[in-house]
Design a protein. Structure first.
Length: 284
């Protein structure tokens, strides 16, 4: 499938010290004439490499995924009416680029966004079962009709219909090594612990959402339910490794599920820490 000439789509990429990834990411968007990089004050060669591709460069301190992306929607004047969002450790194959160009040309005004399925890679392999594939994530949208909530794993709030693309993007979360993944998820676990406190306080769980036809709503409901269950790390491991068939992904699947279990355990420990701190303040 060839890419139509000059698709009316801008590209937004978030970066923080991505010199190892940014060139390969930008190579995927040779068809785009408006690539915007929103950087979180990188200290490596990310800017130097990115500017070789003629990108528009913006900088601001990182203060959570949702607020970062909402800032971009409010302060960046994109050239085109559609924006495709990518992280630097993601790749857009030619078939997805062609589909992006096609659907944005044909979309009716009622359609405000499209979900794109993600393929996660670990130890050189695609690991579909233990990553919950297919997992549709809003990546293509009209910038004036979307905003996000939550610091980590932000939830899109879209003003309009959401379509589904058939093609997929590829994600390499370990492209900068295991140590980087652990450091990043150490930060994310703090955000998730804070979100857990907020969710429990707000009573944001609706059991009917567990059977919603919208898989994003179902996923959000499962997340809210998990906040309320004991033994969360063990349950997450059993869900992905046993129920979702992660054991069929071989050794990489087992190790990935154990890493996810570790991440969930960090969230539980930090939640306990937050509760203990709140209790100590009340006792003073």
């Amino acid at each position: 499938m060839s890419i139509p000439p000059k698709p009316k789509v801008s590209v937004l990429i978030q970066t923080l010290n991505e010199e190892a990834n940014i060139a390969a990411c930008l190579d995927c968007f040779s068809w785009c004439d408006d690539i915007v990089v929103l950087d979180s004050l990188s200290t490596d060669r990310t800017e130097e490499i990115a500017r070789r591709y003629g990108v528009r460069w913006f900088e601001r301190p990182f203060d959570g995924r949702a607020s970062h992306q909402n800032w971009a929607m409010a302060h960046i004047a994109f050239k085109h009416p559609w924006v495709y969002y990518s992280d630097a450790d993601e790749r857009v194959p030619a078939e997805l680029a062609a589909e992006i160009a096609q659907v944005t040309q044909e979309a009716t005004p009622s359609v405000a966004a499209f979900r794109v399925n993600r393929r996660d890679y670990f130890e050189g392999r695609w690991i579909p079962r233990c990553t919950g594939y297919p997992l549709g994530i809003v990546r293509l949208f009209r910038p004036d009709r979307i905003r996000w909530e939550r610091k980590a794993n932000p939830v899109p709030i879209v003003d309009g219909e959401i379509g589904e693309l058939k093609s997929e993007y590829h994600h390499y979360p370990f492209s900068k090594g295991l140590s980087h993944w652990v450091a990043r998820h150490n930060t994310y676990s703090s955000y998730e612990a804070e979100e857990t406190i907020r969710s429990l306080s707000a009573g944001g769980f609706h059991p009917r959402d567990l059977i919603s036809r919208d898989r994003v709503v179902r996923r959000r409901a499962l997340k809210a339910l998990s906040f309320r269950l004991p033994a969360r790390p063990l349950l997450k491991f059993c869900y992905f490794y046993v129920w979702k068939g992660g054991f069929l992904d071989g050794g990489p699947g087992l190790r990935y599920c154990l890493l996810q279990c570790f991440y969930e355990f960090l969230i539980v420990l930090k939640l306990r820490e937050l509760r203990r701190g709140a209790s100590e303040i009340e006792d003073r």
